[in-house]
Design a protein around this ligand. Structure first.
Ligand code: 6GU
Length: 236
């Protein structure tokens, strides 16, 4: 399949708008490596917007005390919704990064990768006013069962996971099918490169045998063993 199959000529496959109060966090991740290359190649477009620019407070305040009391501040709905509405109309999926969201997995990543347009909203403080998700039709997404100080690093995780699936980003589409969480739902098998012996540890002989059936069988068993050890829940 051609890299540009199905695309509007001159349009990126995926456009992502990020809403954050820390736009600087995104600078180097969007310049380097896979994301940097995809953006340079024009298959991915990312715009980072500062939520504070949509605060009507003279001190650009975006948070306030929680109704009902309790520790910590809550991000107010006004500036976030204004920032989202400033992006204009049109079909898109809106994702609110939050530890209280649905946990990200590879099927969810695959769905987001074909959305065409994404808006990623980064929460901070103790939370985001619940009405933001309702007004914007946002899906709450968490990247795992631990707590980060804010949604910025989580948004970068979503962005990188999704971008790798955008046609033309990875370069080697075959490597997608073989890895963890794709195909059979096992973890990826172990990998080796030169030297053949390192610190007294030899590369398994079968990988040097040239016997492709035997190599495939070894990799399947090794993937199974690694999955049993590290992620028994995937086999259950
Ligand atoms: Cl999306 N945000 C925060 N603050 N913590 C998290 C998370 C998101 N996902 C896992 N932990």
């Amino acid at each position: 399949m051609s890299k540009a199959a199905g695309a509007d000529p001159g349009r990126p496959f995926l456009r992502v708008d990020v809403l954050t109060i820390f736009p600087g966090i995104f600078e180097s991740p969007l310049r380097e490596s896979l994301l940097g290359k995809a953006i340079a190649a024009g298959v991915l477009e990312v715009a980072v917007h500062d939520i504070r620019e949509h605060s009507d407070d003279p001190h650009r305040k975006v948070d306030d005390y929680a109704f009902g009391g309790g520790p910590g501040m809550v991000m107010a709905p006004g500036p976030i919704v204004a920032a989202a509405e400033a992006l204009g109309e049109g079909p898109r999926r809106v994702v609110l990064l939050s530890p209280a969201g649905r946990r990200l997995d590879q099927p969810m990543v695959r769905g987001l990768a074909v959305a065409g347009r994404l808006v990623l909203i980064c929460g901070r403080y103790e939370g985001v006013d619940e009405r933001v998700a309702e007004v914007l039709g946002a899906e709450e997404v968490s990247i795992g069962d631990y707590v980060l100080a804010g949604g910025e690093l989580a948004a970068l995780v979503v962005l990188e996971a999704v971008s790798r699936l955008v046609p033309g980003v990875l370069g080697n589409e075959a490597s997608l099918a073989a890895e963890s969480f794709e195909g059979e739902g096992l973890l990826d098998h172990p990998h080796y490169t030169r030297p053949r012996e390192f610190r007294g540890l030899a590369v398994p002989d079968v990988l040097l045998s040239g016997n492709h059936a035997a190599i495939a069988e070894w990799r399947r068993r090794a993937a199974m063993e690694k999955t049993r050890r590290n992620r028994p829940d995937l086999l259950a």
